[in-house]
Design a protein around this ligand. Sequence first.
Ligand code: TXA
Ligand code: MG
Length: 340
Amino acid sequence: MQQGQEQEILRAATRLLHGELVAFPTETVYGLGADAENPQAVAKIYQAKGRPSNHPVIVHVAPDADLSYWARDIPEEARQLIKAFWPGPLTLILPRASHIPDAVSGGQSSVGIRCPSHPVAQALLRQFARLKPSGQGGVAAPSANKFGQVSPTLAEHVISEFPEEVAKGMPVLQGGAANIGIESTIVDLSRIGQGVGAVLLRPGHISASQIGQVLGYTPQLPDSHAPRASGTLKAHYAPRTPLMLFSSQELAEGKLQHRVPAGQKWAVCVFDAGQQPHTEGIDWFEVSNEPVQYAHDLYAFLRRVDQLGYQRICIQSLPEDHRWEAVNDRLQRAAAAFPR
Ligand code: TXA
Ligand code: MG
């Protein structure tokens, strides 16, 4: 935490208490937060994001929060995963406590809860809980971006995405570049009581196999009864510039290079930009060949390239390896937003 940030955090927590929005850093991406127990405040998130109001948002809590205040039932699986991964980039979907408004759960009977590890997020959550008469405070927050767009990994991204809110005084707490860079892993445990085991709703930095090691079984993929999650929509996380994936073979055979129409400029991302010959219409960009670094860089990179005025962003397909599962998920969805 930066020196002198305590005052800013107190001001932000006070605004939350008064039903206003606050943007804050987490280790995954920046969040756009509101008091989770105040439906009018949560409605402001949907309005600012342009997000359909039937999509649930995650409730963020401090490490010392009383989980039974937020969840009706805390199955053993939840305790195991919390012990292993909290605070950190893991969201658990649990049966929701009755006082949690529909605005948070999207009308579903479950609630998504996450305890972030970022020190600024924790300081905000602690301060907010202290201001609440119950001593329990939760901050409902999706990623601080317009609906369907790339999540922010820097405070500057949030400021450029929400100029009106910032002009009206919304605090954007500074927390540097998000360490992880992609959204949390989401595991649904809301149907354990009905005999349905853990379901992986969204892959992330904490992998399915790490979760499997803790639970003793690999989480299943969502079925049609699994809770809805907007991050699981087919087209999501997209930059403004049309994005497409291409195979190493298409590149090696020169097929990609031949697709660039005359007069256009494409940004082409490869693992070895230094090896590529000068090609008319193409600017080569190098991306990390290591999945954790790739995730860290991805959204900031997409935002930067988005501003450079290319007609297309082309990204080399990722290795078929479970270590790439989370970034692959985001890239597949980003590409699905545009016809190839
Ligand atoms: O890393 C993250 O999770 C970031 C930071 C800010 O914490 N937040 C984030 O929020 O990615 P958002 O709204 O962009 O994505 C949250 C996902 C959505 O896909 C939402 O539908 C799902 O969590 N979700 C939240 N509550 C849920 C619930 N009760 N049932 C099913 N899905 C839920
Ligand atoms: Mg989001």
